[in-house]
Ligand binder design. Structure first.
Ligand code: SF4
Length: 364
């Protein structure tokens, strides 16, 4: 059985990534079968609980306030709205709800208290709860854990080198620091990235080095294909080919044998044959629902038809780790500390981000 290693080098990973396609597929499928049931795929529902208006400048993101996209901003959803959506997701076969808020970082206060209540509510429905809320402190991670959070998502996006070409408002180390804060709790880590942003194969390998050398490795690694949205700095980026996606999935599976590899954004541009190849290469998780935060995603019924066609079963919740307990707000042993951590603001210039920010909106 393939051992989990934490000392992968970029050269080794590139060699795996660039080997003949059939050899790569065979190697990845073999590792996958040693560690996972190849006919089971986890189905998660991603819910945008607070959309748009974000102060960051991530070059791929239509939710950044500074770009001129068609995303309509929304305030934080109510606990009842989230509960209703979670129940619908459960009925449709999802075992996990991932709540995303377009924040740079979490601030203590009423909104975070509401998110904690959402976590308690969904955990009590018997579903895995994941949050992606931006950068968090150790105390905030502990409060989320106490509410019953199962996973926290914080993507590295790309290699440390290419990250500087994508985002200028925070540093790579900030990302790693948040992951480390999550690791101080029992909450599992979900962290991956995006391919197709103009990065090289070396950058893809660099990101996998950063993720695989974490000890423990993230329990979940989403691999997204860029969905180029009009108005963002990456609007003209050509879609990546399915072959690159399969190579990335397969390489991720080989270097992180235990992790749940998530075939994430970009599935609408993939055929069923393409997605089936990704599952064969080691992907064992998808997002369900017709929207992925703000970008299109296949309809749940389409996915269930594909599952039937391929003989795949949705994974039950809490298979990998027991359900966390939920502590009520009044019994919490943690208080809001109102910390103001010094997350970095590198502030270097990324030409295409600036161009998108100052681009004149077309006259109607
Ligand atoms: S990816 Fe997240 S942090 Fe970056 S602009 Fe979008 S919502 Fe903000």
């Amino acid at each position: 059985m393939a051992m989990t290693r934490h000392d992968w080098t970029k050269e080794e990973i590139l060699k795996i990534y660039n080997q003949p396609f059939m050899d790569l597929l065979y190697a990845a499928a073999s590792v996958h079968r040693e560690h996972h049931d190849p006919n089971t795929v986890q189905v998660s529902t991603l819910l945008s609980i607070k959309t748009g208006g974000c102060s960051e400048d991530c070059g791929y993101c239509p939710q950044a306030a500074r770009y001129h996209t068609n995303v309509e901003g929304n305030d934080l959803m109510s606990v009842n709205q989230v509960k209703a959506q979670a129940l619908r997701a459960k009925e449709a076969g999802s075992s996990r709800v991932c709540m995303g808020a377009a924040w740079r970082n979490v601030k203590d206060g009423q909104e975070f208290d509401d998110v904690l209540e959402m976590v308690r509510t969904i955990n009590r429905l018997g579903m895995e709860v994941c949050c992606t809320l931006g950068m968090i402190t150790e105390n905030q991670a502990k409060r989320l854990a106490e509410a019953g959070l199962y996973a926290y998502n914080h993507n590295l996006d790309s290699s440390e080198e290419y990250y500087k070409e994508v985002i200028s408002t925070r540093g790579y180390q900030d990302r790693l620091d948040t992951i480390e804060n999550v690791r101080k709790t029992a909450v599992t880590v979900c962290s991956g990235g995006i391919i197709g942003m103009g990065e090289s194969a070396e950058d893809r390998a660099g990101m996998l080095v950063a993720l695989s050398t974490l000890n423990p490795q993230p329990e979940s690694v989403p691999i997204n294909a860029l969905v180029a949205v009009e108005g963002t700095p990456m609007e003209e980026q050509e879609p990546i080919s399915i072959w690159e996606m399969v190579r990335m999935i397969a390489t991720t599976r080989i270097v992180m044998p235990e992790t749940q590899v998530r075939l994430s954004a970009g599935r609408t541009q993939m055929s069923r044959e393409g997605q089936a190849t990704c599952f064969f290469a080691g992907a064992n998780s998808i997002f369900a629902g017709d929207k992925l935060l703000t970008t299109p995603n296949p309809d749940v019924n389409e996915d269930m038809e594909m599952f039937k066609l391929l003989g795949l079963q949705p994974q039950k919740p809490f298979v990998k780790k027991a359900q966390p307990e939920t502590v009520d707000a009044q019994n919490s042993q943690y208080q809001a500390l109102g910390e103001k951590p010094r997350w970095t603001r590198p502030g270097h210039v990324i030409e295409r981000n600036l161009a998108a920010q100052y681009k004149k909106e077309p006259k109607v």
